[in-house]
Every structure is written in structure tokens, then in C-alpha cells.
Design a protein around this ligand. Sequence first.
Ligand code: 3HC
Length: 329
Amino acid sequence: MYAQMVETGLKNVRSAADMGAEELAFQARIDAGIKIEAKDWMPDAYRKTLVRQISQHAHSEIVGQLPEGNWVTRAPTLKRKSILLAKIQDEAGHGLYLYSAAETLGVSRDELLAALHSGKAKYSSIFNYPTLSWADMGAIGWLVDGSAIINQIPLCRCSYGPYARAMIRVCKEESFHARQGYDIMMSLCQGSAAQKAMAQDALNRWWWPSLMMFGPSDAESVNSAQSAQWRIKLFSNDELRQRMVDQTVPQIEYLGLSVPDPDLKFNAETGHYEFGAIDWAEFHNVLKGNGPCNRERLQTRVKAYEDGAWFRDALLAYADKHADVKAAA
Ligand code: 3HC
């Protein structure tokens, strides 16, 4: 993968000629599959890339709770409500794991949250779309968490120890998320014609944004080649996107729904589905902050942080008071 990306002109990759002895030894550890730990020497650029990716991953988990939170009070049964609540609670935990993994790189939680709240740091584009029906809870669990699993399983083997280890538990919980989402879609597709139509409408709205979750095409990706050399990225954006399409189309057919892509066709030679062009203008527009829900999502996160200031102050006051008491003892 990495060689093909360098060929496509993604030249922003460190070459051995650029590296000093420490960096050559660092790269040799990476190439040998030895995990890099927080206390190990690492190039500033490696640290910076990890802070960028891990913190944006954490932001995605936290912001990702908002679209689903919209349906907790309107879940059709107590069972569905408790499953949805459990899933949303899991996402909060994933965010905390990932913020903790990012903090091992020497950044503070406050710095990371300030970058999110100021709009400087990204979170996944997928969470800037509205959830218009209960079927969206199914489509998100099945397609969004399903895509997240495809992207996160390789991260369990990435070169940075704290990130790889955080991913192991996250992926186990994501599998439950994806299963419960597909279960919602199955119930709707086995229900009335109106329920099946609701499921198709949700698939139509979430299909293409889910493909965009994997990032720009390999030719457009500015970070992939270097992240591949550092074994942060074990597969390219397009490889994982293709995996998602190949895995999901048979599931769509099983539901009796149709893929909202007139150009989709199975290529018996390659064994893969070929699919239509992604609307990259939409993708970049959402990344610029012009998606349907960008402003609402960020405002909600900033308000939650500001509303929680009294609680953080109380914790710090308590910790200071007890630190004095402890010191005096
Ligand atoms: N949404 C927002 N920004 C995106 C994006 C997306 N879907 N895809 C790419 N980008 C951004 C990248 O962050 C990068 O911008 P930056 O340099 O300012 O950070 C730029 O677009 C170019 O993309 P690249 O492919 O060059 O960047 P990466 O090498 O970082 O690859 C990525 C992007 C594949 C998302 C990678 O960062 C990654 O694997 N991240 C970890 C997984 C993750 O964050 N998943 C998000 C969803 S989490 C989730 O769904 C939770 C689940 O519980 C529901």
C-alpha cells in the first residue's frame, strides 16, 4: 500500500537520507513491528500525527453521541431505549480512552477540547448529518459503527502502544453497536411496507456519508503515505472503503433493500463491487463546517463544557483541599 501511495506522488514521506541515527533506529523498530511506548524517543512529527489522529478520533466518539441522543426519548420500546442508552454510554467511554491515549503524548485534555471547541480540530464528517427517523438508529449502528470497525480493527495493530491497546476494547464494543443497528434494520424490513420504506430512506441518506468516513481517495490523502510508513495506517483509505462496500452490499440484499448507487456492479474478476463516484465536494464542504448539523453539534459540545465548569471547579477545589490536608498529615 505505502509503495503505491508514494508512487502516486505523495512525497511527504521521510526518507532514510533525511533521518539521523535516533530516527533510523526508531523506524527500524516500527519496521520490526515493535510497539512504540509513551516513554520511548519518537520524532516530533510522529507525535504530532498521533495527537492529531487520536484526538480527532476521540472528538468523533464524543460528538457521535449527539445524533443518537436525539432518539433516546423516542425509542419504540423500553428494550430499544436501553440498548441505545448502552451504546451511547459506550461511545463516551471510547472518547475517554482515546483522550487518555492522546494525553500519553504530552498534551492536556483541556488543550484537546479547546481545539475541538474552537473548530481547529476535526471530528468525523459523518456526525454532521441529522437523524430524521428511528431507522437512522439502525443505519448508524450498522453502517457507521460497521465502518468504524473496519477502520479500527487494523488500528489494534498500529505502532503506537497506547492507541493500539485502547482500540482492542473499543472494537469489541463496536461489534455490539453494529449488531444492534442491523437488528433494528431487520425488524423494520420484516415489518410493514411503511417501516421497510423508512429503512430504505435511512440507507439512502447514510450510505454515501458512510463511505466518506474512510477519508479522501488515496491520491488525495495528504497523511496516508507517512502514516503508512509509521505503521499508524496499515491499509489505505480506499482499501478500507472497498472492504466496507464488499461487506455491506450482501447485507443490503439480504434485507431486501437497494443500494442507492446506480453504478454499483459486482466484478467477478476482482471479486469486488465497483461503485459510483463519491461527491467529494460534499465531503470537503462538510469538513469546512457547512454540513447540515456542524454548527448545532459544536454549539452543543461547547454548551455542555461550559455548563460543566462548576463541576470541574468543585473537583479541583476538593483535590486542592485534600492535597493540603494530606501534605499537613
Ligand atoms: N471526517 C473528518 N475529517 C476527515 C475525514 C472524515 N471522515 N476523513 C479525513 N479527514 C481529514 C483528516 O483528518 C485530514 O485532515 P487533518 O490533516 O487536518 O487531520 C484530511 O481530512 C486528509 O485526510 P487523510 O486521509 O490524509 O488523513 P488521515 O491519514 O488522518 O486519515 C482517517 C483520515 C482515516 C479518518 C484517520 O484519521 C483515521 O483512521 N482516524 C481514526 C479513526 C477515526 O477517527 N474514525 C472516525 C469515526 S469514529 C466513530 O465512528 C466512532 C464510532 O463509535 C461510531
